[in-house]
Write a protein that binds this ligand. Structure first.
Ligand code: SAH
Length: 237
């Protein structure tokens, strides 16, 4: 055993997320695979087991303190990197239909291998958000879209909201400076068919402050969005 399962169980429980023994076993496996692979490729700067538990695993599953997916809900993790929050979400709720998107093929290969080794199923998509968001197979197809550590909220909203079904939610997983980002993104969120519905702030057991910004999709996103990359970052909505 590599991780302290009690630490993970109690940290998740304090966020309102129950983890059963099977999930805890898979999290232990995930930590081993992550730390092992990280020796040969750059997946994460966090490699100490207690830190992996708190900063990657508990932080990822905190999404479920903001939204409880229906059975077999379609969830998309945009800019998943080494699989966060996607893989922990799938371990916790193996019934969800998860798509993990990233523009870096190397990390996605690790993610796909890892999902398979854990005995789980998910779709991994190598694409930029700006492209996949225009594809009718992905556009407005998801109940929940989430994203951690990818871009500022105004830019991130243009990446993520096109994927959300009307009636679904986009949850941005942010740190301490969420208020400023919200102020800068309100206009963009409205233009893209979203509305800020709620905001949940909490502290991880290592003292890290986190905010989940819950944005409801209230109307379809205009076909004008997402724009091309350069425009999104140079002229955020
Ligand atoms: N969500 C992970 C990784 C964050 S690093 C975590 O929290 O640990 C940001 C990731 O977003 C990188 O892997 C990068 O390749 C990806 N990314 C950035 N912009 C993107 C875009 N426009 N479309 C798809 N992926 C993107």
């Amino acid at each position: 055993m590599l991780i302290n399962k009690e630490l993970l169980k109690s940290n998740a429980a304090s966020l309102g997320v129950e983890l059963n023994d099977e999930a805890l076993e898979k999290f232990d496996c995930l930590a081993q695979l992550l730390i092992e692979q990280n020796k040969t490729m750059n997946l994460t700067a966090i490699t100490e087991p207690d830190e992996v538990v708190i900063k990657h695993f508990a932080d990822s599953v905190s999404l479920f303190s903001a939204v409880t997916p229906e059975k077999e809900a379609k969830i998309l993790d945009l800019g998943t990197g080494a699989g966060f929050p996607g893989i922990p979400l799938l371990i916790t709720r193996p019934d969800i239909r998860l798509t993990m998107v990233d523009s870096t093929a190397k990390k996605l290969r690790y993610v796909a291998d890892t999902v398979e080794k854990l005995g789980l199923e998910a779709e991994v998509l190598h694409a930029r958000a700006e492209e996949a968001g225009k594809n009718p197979g992905y556009r407005e197809q998801y109940d929940i879209v989430c994203s951690r550590a990818v871009a500022a909220l105004n830019v991130l909203s243009e990446y993520c909201l096109p994927f959300v079904k009307v009636g679904g939610v986009f949850v941005a997983m942010k740190g301490a400076k969420a208020e400023e980002e919200i102020a800068d993104a309100k206009k963009a969120i409205g233009i893209l068919g979203g509305k800020i519905a709620d905001k949940k702030t909490f502290t991880l057991s290592d003292g890290g402050e986190r905010t989940l910004i819950i944005i409801k999709k209230i109307s379809q996103t205009s076909a004008k969005y997402p724009r091309v990359s350069a425009q999104i970052s140079k002229k955020p909505l």
